[in-house]
Design a binder for this molecule. Structure first.
Ligand SMILES: [Zn+2]
Length: 874
């Protein structure tokens, strides 16, 4: 890339070791206040010459704040899993910082749909490095802060400070950045390698993109599963920004991307927002044009899925954007076109876009504020609807309660009604949570709670046209995320008004305690809280039994899967501790006074087996999807309370698994890394009584060969003939054939081995085989996420059980868009399979139930496979 700025040329000389230490300290020209420390003065390296580490980032932020206390505020908003702090830095003119509380209070007024008292200033929120290996953005954050504090000849910078509040969140994923920087430094040598194959560019597993639990934090905004996201959402709600930019990196062969974004747009975005994207896009374009810097817009990065940093904020009324810089993924990167991209190039582009965007807000501060105020007030007045979503507290109570708290944490008004109630012409025996549509965050409410969010029809028509021309579709993420369906709870929308007490996000979930007997404590197998409570109790050595048949006692029916803690097998201290755990985890317990049952098995029956804490290993590292492994470990450890031991795939060939009851193999293609030795270890583990739980693509590894562990096969696309032998392959000439039509031509060039078209992701209904313990808790079926190309043949009756299978074609789709041939081919195919092998069991999930940890309605089936199965198969 070209360099026209003089100071920049000097910096290059320094990078080449030819210059003096007086390197350029900014990416702009002009005079800079010497009272504001430069990066070099604080850290000893000039901008762009090193990848600033998390610790160095903290040090430089602290130095800036110390030098300009009257123009800054630094606030810690979260701690990462690995204990690193997350900060945001507020920048504005001294007279604004002096009245910051009044500004914030008035922004809260506006955000609540009330009139402004005139104190507010627009907030531009610039967030960097949500993916920790998208490295230039954090250094750009530091340079943007330095420029706003130190630039003395820049009228635009002065205006930004005078007319607006800028909030810089420099490092949204410090654990990921630390991982990248450590790997980079460990692999670096005497000079930076431009070769993309060099170890310094080629990260080991897991990459710095993800956080400690290997989550993509740019998909977590409405799920709030990670502490980094929870803190960030709380912080943003306190400031109500009018513009939010999430600054990323993309592949190093690309240039720069800014708004307007690609289609499809979520239908809950407003026309005014779409116009503002254009305005900000033009401001960025002017800044890039002035430097002769290439960029693109509109081609990729859509605004449909509401869990990104751009769309979630847009659903709150901000103008939320994603910016992307081609990544040097190190200090220098040779592009395929022969040019070199440097780390400094990336910083400079993000710096340019940051200032251009903040400048666009500073040019029109009142317009941005007025648009935001109008958006929030119109929603509060019912512009997006006047109905109410009622969430039933009698179905998966714990999941319903936690969903309510997740919504409240996003600034959504949730009303809670305890005890029997009726609404929408139906009764709610345990009460409900009510979410009114008329509220400032109405469009986020709609996007999350509506059963379906339709794709724009013209966009869909174009995708079908592309597919019919054998071109790939342009959907970037899932087409369904309805949080009620994913939590397995019942959501009813009707035009009734609701009353109740406002639910606070941090309200503990209250336990539900029934009965007063002292014979045993029964735990109905009904929701995630029940599974968590049982796991916590087992970890403390409390004795339990679990039934695979329903039973009735004292006129009350307990579903299959119910866990019973008998007082006769536990000390009084253990039973007291059990009650304490139930209170802490908000569990539903029933104290029984006798082992007598009216129908179904007694406690002493063979249907009740002793339930013990399983030891769980998970395949980890090369060959395994980091997202799948991380989400599965997170769900088991953090939601269900069950510890998991990761074992590297490379080690499995020589691993001793005799101490484990369960081996989880997340999504991936582990066959090559496992090799013969790894496969032998796993086969022996299962035959001796272990439970193998394989997920998604990994099923293929265990369904190959003459004696597969799981007797299923992956299907080719509908209408293909993968078994067709090309008998002519050995002949020198092909047999003559006439092609008489377009249709015949297309048939002749068809790939007979093709997999089904990739499903971007939809929520589908599955039906349960109700006699199998793995489907306990799912008598009425379940909603699962299906994505990708994997469709498996059903297990034959002699081989095993298709415990959960996709519903009939007419009932298949719960939410989202599914290509028609996928819909027809998926119907009746297995989602969850179980096959006995020797003394053990193989459990296969065709699609990952732990994706993004946001299908908590599937926690029970994960618990059935991991927590319960070892006690059933021994
Ligand atoms: Zn990114």
């Amino acid at each position: 890339m070209r360099d026209t700025i003089r100071g920049w040329g000097l910096l290059l000389l320094v990078m080449l070791g030819l210059g003096s230490p007086a390197a350029a300290q900014s990416f702009a020209e002009g005079r800079f206040d010497p009272a504001i420390p430069t990066l070099t003065q604080t850290l000893g390296h000039a901008p762009g010459t090193r990848i600033t580490s998390p610790d160095q980032t903290y040090a430089y932020l602290a130095a800036l704040v110390a030098a300009a206390p009257e123009r800054t505020r630094m606030v810690q908003y979260a701690s990462s899993w690995e204990g690193r702090p997350l900060y945001y830095l507020i920048l504005s003119a001294p007279e604004n910082i002096a009245r910051l509380d009044a500004i914030r209070a008035d922004l809260a007024n506006i955000a609540a749909g009330r009139p402004s008292n005139g104190a507010a200033l627009p907030v531009t929120w610039l967030a960097y490095g949500v993916h920790g290996n998208e490295i230039s953005s954090t250094d750009a954050a530091l340079m943007t802060a330095y420029h706003l504090l130190a630039a003395q000849d820049d009228a635009r910078a002065a205006k930004i400070m005078r007319e607006t509040i800028v909030v810089i969140d420099p490092m949204q994923n410090p654990d990921g950045r630390a991982r990248f920087v450590n790997n980079f430094l460990a692999a670096s040598g005497i000079e930076a390698a431009a070769d993309r194959q060099a170890a310094e560019h080629d990260e080991p597993w897991p990459s710095g993109r993800v956080n400690h639990y290997m989550f993509d934090l740019n998909r977590d905004w409405f799920t709030l599963s990670q502490p980094e996201t929870r803190g960030k959402v709380a912080a943003i709600r306190q400031w109500n920004p009018v513009v939010v930019v999430d600054l990323h990196e993309m592949g190093g062969d690309e240039t720069y991307f800014f708004s307007p974004a690609a289609q499809p747009f979520n239908p809950n975005l407003t026309p005014a927002q779409v116009r503002a994207y254009e305005l900000i896009g033009r401001a960025n374009a002017a800044a890039f044009d002035a430097r002769g810097e290439p960029y693109f817009t509109r081609e990729v990065y859509d605004l449909f899925y509401p869990g990104y940093g751009d769309t979630w904020n847009a659903h709150q009324g901000a103008i939320g954007s994603t910016y992307e810089q081609g990544s040097a993924r190190g200090l220098v990167f040779e592009r395929r076109d022969g040019t070199q991209l440097t780390y400094a190039d990336g910083i400079r582009n993000h710096f340019t876009a940051s200032l251009a965007t903040a400048g666009a807000v500073a040019e029109n501060p009142q317009a941005f504020l007025a648009d935001f105020a109008q958006y929030r007030a119109a929603n509060a007045g019912g512009a997006a609807g006047r109905g109410t979503y009622f969430i039933d507290l009698a179905t998966r109570r714990w999941n319903a309660e936690s969903l309510g708290r997740r919504l409240a944490a996003q600034g959504i008004t949730v009303l809670r009604r305890d005890g029997p109630a009726s609404a929408c012409g139906r009764s709610f025996p345990l009460g409900f949570l009510a979410v009114p549509q008329a509220q400032p965050a109405a469009r986020l409410v709609k996007s999350l709670l509506d059963r379906d969010t339709p794709l724009p029809p013209d966009f869909l028509a174009e995708q079908e046209r592309r597919r019919s021309a054998d071109l790939p579709h342009e959907l970037y993420d899932v087409t369904a995320w309805s949080v009620g369906l994913m939590a397995g709870v019942e959501v009813t929308l009707c035009n009734a008004a609701a009353s109740g007490e406002a639910l606070a996000a941090d309200t503990p979930i209250a336990p539900l305690t029934e009965g007063s007997g002292t014979f045993a404590v029964a735990v109905p197998w009904t929701d995630s809280g029940q599974a968590r409570f049982v796991a916590l109790a087992l970890r403390e050595g409390i004795e339990a039994r679990v039934t695979d048949k329903a039973f009735t006692t004292a006129g009350r029916e307990f579903p299959r899967g119910t866990v019973v803690f008998p007082a006769g097998s536990n000390t009084p201290e253990k039973m007291a501790r059990l009650a304490e755990l139930a209170r802490e985890s908000g569990a539903h317990t029933v104290a029984l006074d006798s082992g007598w049952v009216d129908s179904g098995p007694n406690l002493g029956s063979g249907s009740f087996v002793r339930l013990t804490l399983p030891r769980v290993a998970i395949a980890w590292d090369d060959g395994i999807s980091q997202l799948s492994a991380g989400a599965m470990r997170y769900v088991l450890e953090r939601r269900l309370g069950l510890p998991v031991t990761p074992i590297r795939t490379q080690r499995l060939a020589r691993a001793d698994l005799s101490d484990y009851n369960v081996l989880l193999v997340p999504e991936g293609e582990p066959a090559d890394v496992l090799g013969e030795g790894g496969m032998r270890t796993i086969r022996d583990f299962v035959r001796r009584g272990g439970v193998l739980v394989a997920v998604g693509d990994s099923l293929e590894t265990f369904s190959r060969g003459d004696a597969p562990l799981l007797a299923v096969k992956r299907e080719a696309a509908l209408g293909r003939d993968p078994g067709a032998k090309d008998e002519a392959a050995d002949a020198a000439l092909a047999e003559a054939a006439e092609i008489a039509s377009d249709a015949e031509y297309r048939e002749a060039i068809k790939d007979q081995q093709a997999l089904p078209d990739t499903l971007p992701g939809a929520l589908l209904n599955v039906v349960a085989e109700r006699d199998h313990f793995l489907s306990a808790g799912y008598d009425r079926g379940a909603v699962v996420l299906a994505a990708g190309t994997q469709i498996f043949t059903p297990l034959g009756r002699d081989d095993g059980v298709n415990v959960l299978r996709f519903a009939a074609p007419g009932n298949l789709i719960a939410s989202g868009y599914v290509w028609d041939e996928n819909r027809r081919q998926l119907a009746y195919k297995p989602y969850l399979m179980a096959q006995r092998q020797g003394r053990g069991l193989v459990v296969g999930f065709a699609h990952d139930p732990s994706t993004r940890a946001y299908l908590d309605g599937l926690d029970l089936v994960i618990a059935n496979a991991v927590l319960v199965a070892p006690s059933r198969v021994r």
